[in-house]
Design a protein around this ligand. Sequence first.
Ligand code: ADP
Ligand code: MG
Length: 472
Amino acid sequence: MSLNDQWRRVRARLHAELGEATFNSWFKQVELIGVGDGRVMLSVPTRFIRNWIASHYADRLSQLWADEDEGFTRVDILVAAGDPKSDGSEEAARSARPISAPAHAESQPAASAIPSGLEDAGVGAPLDPRFTFDAFVVGKSNELAHAAARRVAEATDVSFNPLFLYGGVGLGKTHLMHAIAWEIRTRQPERKVLYLSAEKFMYQFVRALRFKDTMAFKQQFRSVDVLMIDDVQFISGKDSTQEEFFHTFNALIDHNRQVIISADRSPSDLEGIEERIRSRLGWGLAADIHPTDYELRLGILQAKAEEMIQKNGPVTIPAGVLEFLAHRIVSNVRELEGALKRVVAYASFVGRPITLDMSQEVLRDLLRSNDRKITIEEIQRRVAEYYNVRLADMLSARRARAVARPRQVAMYLAKQLTSRSLPEIGRKFGGRDHTTVIHAVRKIDELCHLDSGIEEDVDLLRRMLEGGHGPN
Ligand code: ADP
Ligand code: MG
C-alpha cells in the first residue's frame, strides 16, 4: 500500500465524514509532505487553517492515520512558506508548495492607488455602528464564521479569498461583515473597504449601463482593497449583472484584494448562478452560521439587555424572562432582539415591572409563530439516539429497564412538547393504553425531582428538540 494511497483514503474518509463544504474549507489545500519516525507531516497554506485543524480535527486525523498504519503515532501540520504569519515550523515545510500562490504575493502598499471619496459617491452602503465584533456574541453555531471574520479583519495579508459567509436569515452575516469593515478602518485606515448589498451592486451596474458609464463603474470597484457583497443570492438570474460581478470578483482576487461574500445558502446551493461562478465562490473559505442553540440565545439576550441598560438606564429584567425568551424564540436573532425590546418598551410604557406573565402576554403572536411543530416520531428518534437504544424498542413491549426508562422519557416529552392527547400518544408507542402514558408522565416527573441525572437528560433532550438540531 503506497503512502499516496493511504493519504487518498484518509482524505476520502474525511470528506465523507465532514461533507463537501467543510472538507473543502479545511482539507482541500492540505498536502502530504512525507512521513518519518512515525510522524506524518502535512502542510497547509496558512496558520489560521493549521490552528483550526489542530484544535478541531487533530484527534480524528491521528486516528485515521493510525487506522492506515499503527506505526503512525503523530501527525504534524506545518504551515507552508509564504504565510507571513507562520511560525518557525515553515523551515521544515520549505519543500511544500504554497497552494494558492497569488494569495501570498507581496501585498502592494494600498493607499496610493485608491481614489478617495468612493463611499461619498454613494457606491457603498453605510455601516451600522452597532455591528461590531465587541457586540457579537460567539457560540458554537457561529464560531467558525466569527474566527474567519476576525482573521480577515486583523490580517494584513489576504487569508482566504473569497471568504464566503452563509446561513439563514437573521443569524449575523451582515453584522459580521460590518464588524470586519469597522475593524479594518480602525486598524488599517489606509485600506479601502467597500461594503454593499448585491442588490445595490446590481442597481449601480444597471445605472452605469444606462448612462453608458461602465468604465467608471468597473474602475470604482476594482480599486478597492476589500470588497464585501452582502446577500449575493439576489444576483441570481440576471445575466449581465452576473457577468459583471464575476469579472469584478475575478479582477479583485487576481490582484490579491480581499473579497467577502455573504449568502443565505452555500455556494453550491446557489441556484440561478452560473456553474463557473458558483464554483469560484467556493474557492476560499466557506463558513456557515448554523441556527443558534439555547446557550447562544441566552448569551445574546444578556448582552443586549446590558446594552439597553447602559443606553436607557436601569431596567430590571428577571433572569427567568431571558431564559424564557431563549427557550421560545428560536427562529433567529433579529426576532429574539425584537422580542426583548418589545417587552422592555411595554413595561416602561405601562410603568410596571417586567414579569414572565407580562412577557407571554406581550409576545403572544410571536411565540405562536415560533412554536415549532415537534412530532412524536422525532421525539422517539432523538430519545433512542440519546440513550443508545433501538428506535424499535420505543414501540416494543420489552420491559427491561434499559429500554423502559427511555420509552417513558419519550412519552413524557411527547406530552410536554406536542399537543397530542394521551390516547394518541399511547397509540404511537406501539398501541399502548393511555393509562400507561399517564403512568410514564408521573414517573418521570417524580424522578426529575429525585434524580438530577434524569432531570438533566430531560432538559437536554427538550432543548435539542426545541432547537430543532443536535447538541453540536
Ligand atoms: P443576517 O445578515 O444574517 O440576516 P444580521 O447580521 O442582520 O443577520 O443580524 C440580525 C440581528 O441579530 C442584528 O441586529 C445583529 O446584531 C443580531 N445578531 C445576530 N447574531 C448575533 C450575535 N452572535 N451576537 C449579537 N448579535 C447578533
Ligand atoms: Mg443580512
